[in-house]
Design a protein around this ligand. Sequence first.
Ligand SMILES: [Fe+2]
Ligand SMILES: [Fe+2]
Length: 400
Amino acid sequence: MNPTDSKQRIAQLKLLQAWETHTARLLGGWLPAIRLWEAKHEVGLHLWQDLQSARELRTRLWELRINRPDTTSVTTTVLPVIKILASAQHDFEAIAGAYLGIKKSLAEAYRTYLTQTHQTWDAPSIDILTRIATQKESQIEWAEACLQQIAPSDSEQHLVQRWTTYAQNLISASGGITEKNPAPELPTPPPGYSSLLPFGEAKRDSRFKVQLHGFERPPIEDEKAHTLWQFVSYTMEMQAAETLGSVLWEVEGMDWEFYYDIARHCYDECRHCKMGEERVRELGHEIHEFPQFVGNYAWRQLYDPMRRYAMLTYIIEQDSFALKHETYKNYVRLNDHTSAEAVLYDIIDETMHVRWGIKWVPKLIEHQKDSLSLDGILSECRQAVLDNSLAPAQRTSAKK
Ligand SMILES: [Fe+2]
Ligand SMILES: [Fe+2]
């Protein structure tokens, strides 16, 4: 390989950013079906890290005078592989395909690029790729440990092995991450492997009891019960992360920035969930003591991704501010500084989420060629939240 060949470097960077973006979409699509709670949190973080890596690569490409890296030849190389790997039949296979298949090949491709490129001329790429490669390697290390935990039996490990080998063969047939597809035919998956995505229900691991409905909100004067309700409710935001994961997967062909914003939104909801978990623990409880709700994820899946996203941003998140501000003021009054600050951080994130909704919903309507106007869609979405939401606080807010 010739280190002075900038054309070849650019072609590789274009492919690498596309692999990062679409691997994150694949993880989003699988997020609801991953059973282990801690694994959901990790995958939510990793898909955001992947989109951040894609952004750094795209910025570098921009410096190299490539404004539109998503050319047809790039997407026709990456997308078929991603779609086939989505047809894993178990969460442990999906994780094996994404991490031991794609991410391992990506990490190797970054390391190879680093040894081959010109150390002075291409130094800004070296800085970026070194960081991304290191992060990728720690993601892979996590996945290796996770797969031991979620696929403990011999037969499950056999499936992990089989799907990993298949994923690796598939990726090499597609050109091995940094070459465009040289093989006209990709190897086919084992018989019976067709895509289970999108998932109609969100899975929880065996430590949780699952129920469809949310808890009634206790009176705010009942300080202890209200604070516990508040932070247990935050743990239910995993459902929002899962809805956003499904949107990340199901919406195809949008501007790249859309995927960047959705990935961050998805990760933020995982964070809100974790914030709830940590505070519940500080209050002397474990989250497994409380049933997890999965009903709101399930009914939202009955709508197309644009409506799902509009319900979340324009209705549910937009309508939640009144209650959040009231709660914040109450914690300040009670001198509960920790709870107040947690709610404040949440309000800050939610403000950003609503802004993204305002930015992307009209573009999604256009993209989907929906016959209704924005107003029409929003009144439909408001009615849907009123009719279906299984969280009493969401229904009360939507009525106002
Ligand atoms: Fe949230
Ligand atoms: Fe949010």
